[in-house]
Design a binder for this molecule. Structure first.
Ligand SMILES: Nc1ncnc2c1ncn2[C@@H]1O[C@H](COP(=O)(O)OP(=O)(O)OP(=O)(O)O)[C@@H](O)[C@H]1O
Ligand SMILES: C[C@H](N)[C@H](N)CCCCCC(=O)O
Ligand SMILES: [Mg+2]
Length: 200
């Protein structure tokens, strides 16, 4: 299995979701493009219960910004052609940066990485007032591109009517709901990994 974890924005819970998926599948992990610190690869390694294989990012930048901007700050340009899928016989969890249409450069977007490698998508939706619109716009773009979507991970304080209308209009299934936790720990990650593993 290879899943590309994307979201309706940044700070949505992609990294915690990725750690849960890595734990559930005992998968390898790859963040193709990383902007800012802490590095998500390190966070995932700290959150899982086993020595996860982490593939190096194709691009890493210091500035915590949109990748096209982080690259520019270092006088670099991200080239989609130079992003190559790590080869592994194991399951692989791939984490995007920010949301779907976050620019890599003046032509390409984060979601083009998933499209290039024909990866199945897991969409993280963090629940806030405004998330319905942001989710349905993201869904429109995923559908316009004919991308295969495994389902949605809801993150945060439950809002049953927001969740229902998102599932209704998207046609996607709910894979998991992550509650607002006081602290994200390896034990919490294991708890959610148990819940999601049979649906992956
Ligand atoms: N359900 C939750 N309960 C408590 N804290 C959470 C929860 N989900 C996310 N967080 C915290 O919110 C912050 C942002 O989450 P996370 O790093 O997973 O976002 P992201 O979508 O991966 O962001 P990026 O676009 O930078 O990769 C982190 O500090 C994380 O620990
Ligand atoms: C630095 C941050 N944590 C992410 N890695 C990148 C978020 C880019 C968001 C760009 C945008 O949508 O305006
Ligand atoms: Mg992240």
């Amino acid at each position: 299995m290879r899943y590309f974890v994307t979201a309706i924005g940044t700070d949505s819970g992609k990294t915690i979701t990725s750690a849960i998926l890595v734990e559930a599948l005992k998968a390898d992990y790859w963040k193709p493009v990383q902007s800012g610190y802490p590095r998500d690869s390190e966070t995932v390694a700290d959150l899982v219960s086993f020595p996860v294989k982490i593939f190096p990012s194709s691009y890493e930048f210091a500035k915590p910004a949109s990748p096209h901007d982080s690259a520019k700050a270092e006088n670099k340009i991200i080239e989609l052609a130079k992003i190559t899928l790590p080869q592994t016989d194991n399951h692989l969890i791939i984490e995007g940066a920010g949301g779907i249409l976050v620019p890599l450069n003046d032509q390409d977007f984060v979601i083009d990485i998933a499209q290039k490698f024909d990866l199945e998508i897991i969409l993280v939706v963090n629940l806030y007032l405004g998330c319905i619109n942001h989710t349905l716009l993201s869904v429109r773009e995923l559908q316009r591109r004919n991308l295969k979507v495994k389902g949605i991970v809801f993150n945060g304080v439950s809002n049953p009517e927001s969740e229902r209308i998102i599932l209704h209009h998207s046609g996607y299934q709910e894979l998991l709901h992550i509650e607002k936790e006081a602290l994200i720990t390896p034990l919490i990650v294991q708890k959610y990994a148990e819940k999601i593993k049979n649906i992956l």
